[in-house]
Design a protein around this ligand. Structure first.
Ligand code: URA
Length: 217
């Protein structure tokens, strides 16, 4: 299930009840690190299932114990999962369970606490040819890191249509920034929350996703 917001044509809010239920539990402030991480993995599996539903199929001739058949298999393009460090790692694990043959890239970005602008400290990517990229980062807050991560791919020649961005929670301010920068890139989230506060935290949100995944402060 997928709802659309008329303000944001490239935003897809995945409203499956299991996703929503698990997200509510993640938001609770007393949810332990262990449970938070498990729920994020489970949600990512469910979201990964939804966002891969349009992958093209082809057929391959196989032998069952009874006869030969042309069986459906995923066609053509190879997939890469690219977490935006560090919180994106919490989502890439779930995606790789679903798509174990995907290559993995990493984009390291932190948010300068003064300017709130993204600062890049690492980029490692698999070969780009004929590949579809799933970027992941749980929170789209200001949108600056998400825009930056897409820029990293587009600067290297990856087309908009070959990039999907998967997040858990987004603020409308960040989605607007993302949409203005990359109107053709699909952004999938489990929730579009109310707003950003003065410290650029998403409200109601779930706090600092990296700290909650890794148990840091
Ligand atoms: N990053 C987070 O982890 N949480 C927010 O609310 C905003 C940015």
């Amino acid at each position: 299930m997928n709802t659309k917001d008329p303000r944001f044509p490239n935003l897809h809010v995945l409203t499956h009840p299991l996703i929503q239920h698990k997200l509510s539990h993640m938001r609770e402030k007393d949810t332990s690190t262990r449970t938070f991480r498990e729920l994020l993995r489970e949600i990512t599996l469910l979201m990964g299932y939804e966002i891969t539903r349009d992958l093209p199929l082809t057929t391959r001739t196989i032998e069952t114990p009874l006869q030969t058949m042309d069986a459906p298999v995923i066609a053509g393009r190879k997939l890469a999962v690219v977490p935006v460090l560090r919180a994106g790692i919490g989502m890439s694990d779930g995606l790789l369970e679903l798509i174990p043959s995907a290559r993995v890239g990493h984009i390291g970005v932190y948010r300068d606490p003064e300017t709130l602008e993204p600062v890049e400290y690492m980029v490692r990517l698999p070969d780009l040819a004929e590949r579809t990229f799933i970027l992941c980062d749980p929170m789209v807050a200001t949108g600056n890191s998400a825009v930056h991560a897409v820029n990293v791919l587009k600067k290297r020649g990856v087309a908009d249509a070959q990039i999907l961005f998967l997040a858990l929670v987004a603020a409308p301010e960040g989605v607007q920034v993302f949409q203005d920068a990359h109107p053709e890139v699909k952004l999938y989230v489990a929730s579009l929350d109310s707003h950003l506060n003065e410290h650029a935290y998403i409200v109601p949100g779930l706090g600092d996703a990296g700290d909650r995944i890794f148990g840091t402060k």
